[in-house]
Design a protein around this ligand. Structure first.
Ligand SMILES: C[S@@+](CC[C@H](N)C(=O)[O-])C[C@H]1O[C@@H](n2cnc3c(N)ncnc32)[C@H](O)[C@@H]1O
Length: 270
């Protein structure tokens, strides 16, 4: 008996058998092609997902880096401004120690305490005397007093220039706060709801200090409005005995160099 070689078609295989085998092969080939196509599709989808995830991560990194950059730039600007203010203040003190009255601007803590005695809901202008580089001005705005309500009286021209740039909607009056009502002539549409003073009062005799406060109560302030003053001294910078004033004083604001207190004066009989 003769056996067919392995792999060869049996010589006597019928046409039907041969046809059956080729249709199975064709089906198999189709399935393989289909599976390959599906595989290629899944690979393409996976690639798309990876690309999307990569884009998202890159976007987040870009965003975070951008935010960080903005924060660093802002901190650097603030540090530069603070350093600049300290330098300006020191220069002003060297040029005129009696007028400047301090070697550095007030801290934000003292400024905030000063502003806390102004009621933003009481209408009318708020007069700040001796604003310097503007720390108290900033605290008044943060307290809710619109910048346009602020009238700043400052003697030093270099500080006035700085204030005009920093508080463009405020009224900046370059002049002598010890002649308050005269200096403010034409600048107040109505009586003020507060006078906030950082003047170094102890560099003037008591009579001049009292004259300033009386001028403020007689000619500048609304009835019942406060005259607010900070001091590094242990005693009231305004003589209270026989003044017709009532007063209150804050506790020491220790986070200021040097520590300071805030006095608030009002007319006893408005
Ligand atoms: C102790 S500094 C206070 C500055 C700022 N308010 C602060 O708290 O950092 C006093 C300020 O009063 C100003 N000043 C002094 N005498 C003045 C006067 N007669 N009229 C207006 N401003 C005066 C000085 O130029 C200086 O800006």
């Amino acid at each position: 008996m003769v056996h067919p070689a392995p792999g060869s078609r049996p010589r006597n295989a019928s046409l039907a058998t041969r046809l059956g085998q080729s249709s199975v092969a064709a089906r198999l080939e189709d399935e393989v092609r289909l599976t390959a196509a599906e595989l290629a599709d899944s690979v393409a989808q996976a690639r798309l997902r990876v690309a999307a995830a990569r884009y998202k991560v890159e976007d987040e990194v870009r965003n975070t880096a951008g935010k960080l950059k903005t924060r660093v730039r802002k901190a650097a600007d603030e540090a530069r401004a603070k350093f600049g203010d300290d330098a300006r203040f020191l220069k002003s003190w060297i040029d005129s120690p009696g007028r400047t009255g301090a070697v550095a601007p007030s801290s934000p803590f003292l400024a905030k305490r000063m502003a806390s005695y102004v009621d933003p809901l009481v209408e009318g202008p708020v007069v700040e005397i001796g604003p310097g580089t503007g720390p108290v001005t900033e605290a008044l705005i943060a307290r809710g007093i619109d910048e346009s309500r602020l009238v700043l009286v400052e003697f030093a021209p270099e500080f006035c220039e700085l204030l005009r740039g920093r508080f463009p909607r405020a009224t900046i009056v370059e002049g002598d706060a010890y002649a308050l009502s005269k200096t403010l002539e034409g600048h107040l549409g109505e009586k003020a709801s507060a006078v906030v003073s950082s003047l170094p009062l102890f560099n003037r005799p008591p009579a001049e200090r009292s004259a300033l406060v009386n001028d403020a109560f007689d000619n500048v302030l609304q009835p019942g409005a406060p005259f607010i003053q900070f001091t590094y001294a242990m005693v009231s910078p305004i003589t209270r005995k026989g003044s017709g004033l009532k007063s209150q004083v804050s506790d020491w604001v220790l986070r200021n160099i040097p520590p300071a207190r805030v006095w608030v004066y009002r007319r006893a009989k408005p």
